[in-house]
Design a binder for this molecule. Structure first.
Ligand SMILES: [Fe+2]
Ligand SMILES: [Fe+2]
Length: 446
């Protein structure tokens, strides 16, 4: 603190002496300094009363020799009331020893002897006032720093809390988003299943064709190490690949392709374009639409509708083409050796109509999907009502709803989901006979 700052601040000074003349002359001397606000007490007790009210006294000047309470006694008590006040003892030569003892135990800042020299007294008081202001200012700054630190901590705490709140909100929103995504995915899958059901109702010649193709392309994609989301897309494309047949006439649907005239063949071939067009207005299905369009292209470029060749044909379309052809061959043979015969029939197609890179995946995938065609002799047959179905039972024959929609393809193994689907369908569209299932001997034993 410089002199200017000091002179701008007012300091309260308390003068204590039982001799009125002394306090008067001290007052006269100190009144010349504008910055002093002077208070007077004529005894130690009076001074303590003043200090009880005026806690911001900066300098106390007390006489030592007073009746009832000496200056040192008073200043010790004053320290309790105004700890920051700078204490000065006025003493005669005879009392110097008591003054020095008081200085040593910290009750007094310094002592002045009576009679005093005006200049040195003024200097001593100025120095005391400056000390007081320095200590006060220091305290004020410390308090301010402490307050700011507290505010900063509170602010930090609030900030932390806000970050935590916002993180929790974001987490909650993410969960909501994941839930609605899953719901959306479910209703997307349900929509595709419904469309497939409609398609299969239309084309009774090949019951379960779309579902079989979908299952086979999914297993083939698995064997080829394709990512999970692509497998989902391929399954949907498998289910919908012949959706364009919905608009075909009964006559066209029932005739073998080899017996179609040029006009009808053209109409048949158009099912791939109609299929793509039918779903093109749904952006999420557009990639599937492209696979649908090209699922009758041939690897040698002689297919339809765009005569794409080789790897120019989209991968999903090549996969569907192979699964589709295999599935159509399968139903041409007696069940006992249909799997081996159909695979043999395809051998001549690799590199011509089919992509040879898919051969191993199709052979392995078909064996996996259709392994049930070689039914073990160790199984027993049973007829059960929908409510008596159990996990692990195998469906012996294709299962249709009451109105003739294919519900499940023979050979599937019942899990909880499939059992629920059958029971639900039975409530909506009941069929009037029991379900024929196969049970392994070991299942019956257990
Ligand atoms: Fe087709
Ligand atoms: Fe097909």
């Amino acid at each position: 603190m410089n002199d200017q700052e000091f002179s701008a601040s007012e300091v309260k000074i308390l003068l204590v002496d039982d001799e009125v003349n002394i306090t008067k002359s001290l007052r006269r001397l100190l009144m010349d300094v504008d910055q002093y606000d002077i208070h007077i007490a004529n005894s130690g007790q009076d001074a303590l009363d003043i200090l009880a009210d005026e806690t911001d006294v900066g300098v106390i000047i007390s006489d030592q020799r007073m009746p009832e309470m000496t200056g040192v006694e008073f200043l010790k008590k004053a320290r309790g009331l105004a700890p920051d006040a700078v204490r000065i003892l006025l003493t005669g030569y005879a009392d110097i020893e008591a003054s020095i003892a008081a200085i040593n135990d910290g009750a007094v800042f310094r002592y002045l002897t009576k009679p005093w020299e005006d200049d040195s007294l003024l200097r001593a008081v100025a120095e005391a006032a400056r000390n007081y202001l320095l200590v006060s200012e220091n305290k004020r700054l410390n308090a301010m720093v402490l307050k700011q630190k507290e505010e900063l901590e509170q602010w930090n705490q609030r900030l932390k809390q806000r970050v935590l709140d916002q993180t929790a909100q974001i987490r909650e929103k993410n969960v909501d988003l994941a839930t609605s995504n899953a719901q959306l995915r479910n209703s997307f899958d349900e929509t595709i299943e419904t469309l497939t059901g409609v398609l299969e109702m239309r084309d009774r010649r090949a019951p379960g064709h779309s579902r079989n193709v979908a299952e086979l392309v999914t297993v083939m994609a698995e064997k080829l190490g394709r990512p999970e989301d692509e497998k989902g897309l391929l399954r949907s494309a498998g289910l919908l690949h012949d959706i364009g047949k919905i608009g075909m006439t009964d006559a066209l649907l029932c005739k073998p392709i080899s017996e179609l005239n040029e006009k009808d063949r053209q109409a048949y071939e158009n099912h791939v374009i109609r299929g793509q067009a039918a779903i093109d207005m749904i952006p999420a299905l557009r990639d599937i639409g492209v696979m649908i369009r090209h699922h009758h292209e041939r690897y040698d470029g002689l297919g339809f509708p765009d005569q794409l060749k080789g790897d120019d044909i989209p991968f999903g379309a090549r996969l569907i083409c192979a699964a589709d052809m295999f599935e159509r061959k399968l139903i041409q043979f007696p069940e006992s050796d249909s799997l081996v015969s159909a695979l043999k029939e395809l051998e001549g197609e690799w590199g011509k109509s089919l992509d040879p890179k898919l051969r191993i995946a199709l052979n392995r995938g078909a064996k996996e999907v259709y392994s049930n065609l070689n039914i073990s002799v160790e199984v027993l047959e049973a007829k059960v009502a929908p409510n008596d179905l159990e996990v692990g039972m195998q469906l012996k024959n294709d299962l249709y709803t009451g109105t003739g929609v294919l519900l499940l393809k023979k050979g599937i193994i019942f899990d909880e989901l499939k059992i629920k689907a059958v029971q639900r369908s039975f409530m909506i569209d009941p069929f009037d006979r029991d379900i024929e299932v196969l049970l392994k001997q070991t299942d019956l034993d257990s």
